[in-house]
Design a binder for this molecule. Sequence first.
Ligand code: ZN
Length: 245
Amino acid sequence: MSGIRVTVWNEGVHERVDAKVRELYPNGMGAQIAQYLEKQPGIASVRVCELHHDEQGLPEEVLNSTDVMTWWGHKAHKELTEENVERLHKRVLDGMGLIVLHSGHHSKIFKKLMGTSCDLKWREIGERERIWVVDPAHPIADGLPEYFELPHVEMYGEHFDIPQPDRQVFISWFQGGEVFRSGCCWHRGKGKVFYFRPGHETFPIYYDENVLRVIYNAVKWAAPTGVKEITRKNVKPIENVFIDP
Ligand code: ZN
């Protein structure tokens, strides 16, 4: 089968305990993202996995048949087992793309991939966010206007404690005055990681066409490409080497 196999991993806790979130996302945030992705060209399959599923939605067969995973979590980061974090980490280094959304900045897997605290400033008063494209030639910016706005968001502000991104695609400005590196790319081993800021659970962020477009573009960007097999061990020389005794 050709095309990208996507797994939308969604914590799925807020939707069950908070009536406001359930009203916004009656089938869960994951389902809202998935229904958009599955209609897009080049996507072979999209499945939604949640924390309360078997093996926390991350069994070996799911990971091994995922080209790109999107990750939304917030309330229950601590519940993810170390075994699953290890498994995810190994799959990313082996080429699985990972798109970390919003409060996923504090997930165990993102912090492990970054090696920093990933802490930031935040405030939840429903202010406006203006998201500027700062790398217009980047594939994740494909088809977007030079900036777009979200009328009501939770603010995230600098300093965001991440390693310098390999590429930064977006920067956000907030009504209250802060700025934030809201779209950042890294390579880790054979895998690609993209962090995208929008997505607070009490605002209808995943109904916004530009936000969904960014997630789709990021899925295409993060899909595995390049060298399939890499050797990392003690090796014989490729050329004949004569060393003077
Ligand atoms: Zn939030």
